[in-house]
Design a protein around this ligand. Structure first.
Ligand code: ADP
Ligand code: MG
Length: 736
């Protein structure tokens, strides 16, 4: 069944040419126990390797069942080794990180036998070699004889036609040697066993054919083969290691070097942790900034009102002797008539309104989150005046009319609008402190409106406001809050006529508290007077449509800071070429807040990520080194796997799977550690910046980071894994 024709094999070391096999020809029967004897270095191992397809002859041919192997490809040799050959080595060559059972199963897994069938067959052969009770042990828990039995079981597992044993008793004591020889003899009943030994006693006693070798040539052959060589073709089953087998092998190997693997994974995870933390922080801050932008812009629109003002100048006017944000519970009288010089009319013409509405219907669809118009209204604020000691009447103290969009309202009056709309919700909370009393609560159906008095940062209130409230300001500079809160007015919607109008139709307006812009608020707002909530205007415009007139002011709410710039550009374009008196100006209340913050954070993140990326490179190099060391350490195992029929691909797969696992472990550990670190980091940020849960890791970023970690580990290990795959199995098996 096996025929070697004129096989020659030599090794060249430097200039020296060593003939290992010298024109050797020999033939073997299909069932026989052949012993090859000869001194050390005569070429016995080389002969076995050539027969087993691990090594290939320089010249000559090996015929298997009459078929030449001259045109064998790598895959043919892999299949041949896996299907036809069983190797037994002197030094057992068991894979130490696999159990006895897994060692025996390895050849079977390579030929794609199912797991249950594998276990069944491996258990059977282990039983046969007398190791039934040891199948779950590790090779290092076995004696030398037991190890050799495992090696025999492994060689037998695939039920090969040929068993090649290279000095199987070489490392065993004589008693154990005899037992092993008995076992091999039994096997030889049904297979061709070719056994290399230098113990001629044992050989003579057990083998049925003795071949003596010297200097790569046969010197004697006790019983040359019968001419039984069949010429039927041979069919091999393809070998391929399943991913699962590679996975198990990798897992086991990782387990045996757990400490080192964990260290590698940790080293690998440091870079991931760094990047994850930076991403979390910038992600959180971006989110924060975005929320901030939205909040800000929804509260501080671009306003076009009836007067052009210089807020800064106005706010700074006449405060020389006052303290900012005082703790006192009284308000200062602010004679705002001196401010008139800062004011100019801002005439919102029909043209201008059309210009804005064109934008709202066009480009504004993209840039604006909302538009709010305020209308002139017929309304009066009424204050009760005592006329005689027993009689009194409500008299209008402040009026507004839908006819007054021409000249009857002075710009000064309009700007000093006593009755002023407060921002809604979050914006209100972010920008105002309630410094006295309560926040307003309305009951409009019952005709109850509550308002707050808005004081400026020096606790000032406009003189006109105080007068509306019925306070005589001639000789005083200060008013106690307690004298203001609780004060009542009437709000009459419509044109109030002292003689005919019924005051019972008016709303009762009560001052519920005093508010002041927060010190931390970074927007310049000019609200001074009676602040009411938007609920009130909504109710009135809805219920008194006939008292509502032309557009008085326009509030444009941009989507974000970039959009705001576009809106402003459009509004600026209107004024080009117009006289100063014709120009319509807007107030950008959030002008002091710039869009730069987000950009800065992005830049910082990129720089930090670049730095952390360096640590990823370092950990990749470490993984590369670890894989390299692992390849060196496992050279013997690589040889054994190749002898069992593993393809080059299978070998690199084992290492690649291992690196995937390490990379995944590193990535996963990195994410877990990062998430844990985010807890104290967020607490610290909350402590210093008063922002809760700022840093948060985007789940998609986390997954991508794990994938990057896996990818880096694989790329880093690719070269060593290739190196492992390319190892010559003969050389691999020779290494100690
Ligand atoms: P044996 O098994 O009979 O002791 P081998 O077959 O191992 O002998 O070796 C035969 C000869 O070939 C020896 O002289 C050995 O030094 C040489 N040899 C075997 N393998 C190599 C190798 N990879 N490189 C160089 N020389 C080798
Ligand atoms: Mg040898």
């Amino acid at each position: 069944m096996l025929k070697l024709v004129d096989i020659s094999k030599s090794y060249t070391i430097g200039d020296f040419n060593q003939n290992a096999l010298d024109n050797l020809s020999v033939e073997f029967n299909s069932k026989d126990f052949v012993a090859i004897l000869g001194p050390s270095g005569c070429g016995k191992t080389t002969l076995l390797n050539v027969i087993g397809g691990l090594d290939h002859a320089d010249s000559g041919d090996l015929l298997i069942n009459g078929r030449s192997t001259k045109n064998f490809k790598d895959s043919d040799w892999d299949m041949y080794r896996n299907n036809t050959i069983g190797f037994i080595f002197q030094s057992h060559n068991l894979i130490t990180h696999l159990s006895v059972l897994q060692n025996v199963e390895m050849g079977l897994s390579l030929s794609g036998v199912s797991q249950s069938e594998r276990t069944k067959r491996a258990t059977e052969v282990l039983e046969r070699v007398g190791l039934k009770d040891h199948i779950h042990k590790r090779p290092n828990q076995l004696s030398g004889g037991q190890s050799q039995r495992v090696a025999i079981a492994r060689a037998l597992a695939n039920n090969p036609d040929i068993i090649l044993a290279d000095e199987p008793t070489g490392s065993l004591d004589s008693e154990t040697s005899v037992q092993i020889m008995e076992l091999i003899k039994e096997i030889a009943q049904e297979k061709l066993v070719i056994l290399v030994t230098h113990d001629s006693e044992l050989a003579k006693k057990y083998a049925s054919r003795l071949i003596k070798l010297k200097d790569g040539q046969i010197t004697s052959d006790s019983k040359p083969a019968d001419q039984d060589s069949k010429t039927n073709g041979i069919q091999f089953k393809k070998t391929a290691m399943s991913f699962k087998t590679a996975f198990i092998s990798s897992i086991n190997n990782i387990r045996t070097k757990l400490g080192r693997t964990i260290l590698t994974a940790l080293a690998g995870s440091i870079g991931i942790i760094g990047i994850a933390l930076i991403l979390s922080l910038s992600n959180g801050l971006d989110q924060q900034i975005q929320n901030f932008e939205e909040d800000t812009l929804s509260g501080y629109p671009i306003s076009i009102t009836e007067s052009k003002l210089d807020f800064e100048k106005m706010m700074d006017y006449g405060q020389e002797d006052l303290t900012e944000y005082p703790d006192s519970t009284s308000a200062y009288v602010f004679d705002e008539s001196e401010l008139t010089s800062f004011l100019q009319p801002n005439t919102i013409t029909d043209d201008y309104i059309q210009y804005v509405q064109d934008y709202v219907a066009g480009d504004g669809q993209e840039t604006l989150a909302g538009v709010k118009y305020q209308y002139y209204m017929n309304m009066s604020l009424l204050q009760y005046y005592q006329i005689t000691s027993t009689e009194g009447a409500y008299m209008p103290v402040y009026s507004e009319s839908i006819e007054s969009d021409d000249s009857s309202t002075s710009p000064y009056q309009a700007a000093m609008n006593i009755f002023t709309l407060l921002p809604d919700g979050q914006v209100f909370e972010n920008n105002y402190d309630l410094i006295y009393g309560n926040l307003p609560v309305n009951n409009l159906e019952e005709g109850q409106i509550q308002v707050v008095l808005v004081v400026d940062e020096y606790n000032r209130i406009f003189k006109s406001t105080l007068e509306v409230l019925g306070i005589d300001t001639t000789d005083i500079t200060e008013v106690n809050f307690s004298d203001l809160v609780g004060q009542e007015l009437k709000l009459y919607v419509g044109e109030y006529d002292v003689l005919t109008s019924d005051v019972n139709d008016a709303f009762t307006v009560t001052i519920s508290g005093i508010i002041r812009q927060k010190e931390s608020s970074n927007v310049s707002l000019l609200y001074n007077g009676l602040g009411y909530t938007s609920e009130v205007t909504d109710y009135i415009t809805e219920n008194y449509p006939t008292e509502v007139g032309a557009i008085k002011s326009i509030n444009l709410y941009p989507n974000d800071f970039d959009s705001k710039e576009l809106v402003k550009e459009y509004l600026d374009a209107y004024n080009v070429g117009l006289l100063d008196t014709e120009k319509v100006e807007y107030i950008d209340q959030a002008a002091t807040i710039t869009a730069m913050v987000g950009g800065v954070i992005d830049t910082i993140s990129i720089v930090l990520i670049a730095f952390t990326a360096v640590s990823l490179v370092v950990s990749s190099i470490m993984i590369s080194i670890i894989t390299y060391v692992s390849v060196i350490e496992r050279t013997k195992e690589i040889g054994v796997l190749r002898a069992l029929g593993a393809r080059k691909k299978d070998i690199s797969r084992i290492f690649n799977v291992e690196n995937i696992l390490i990379g995944f472990g590193a990535g996963f550990a990195g994410i877990v550690v990062s998430l844990l670190l985010l807890i104290p980091i967020n607490l610290i940020i909350e402590h210093f910046a008063d922002m809760a849960n700022v840093a948060s890791l985007n789940p998609i970023a986390a997954i991508i980071l794990i994938l990057i970690s896996v990818l880096l580990a694989v790329v880093a290990g690719l070269l060593p894994a290739r190196m492992a795959a390319k190892k010559d199995p003969v050389v691999a098996l020779r290494t100690e």
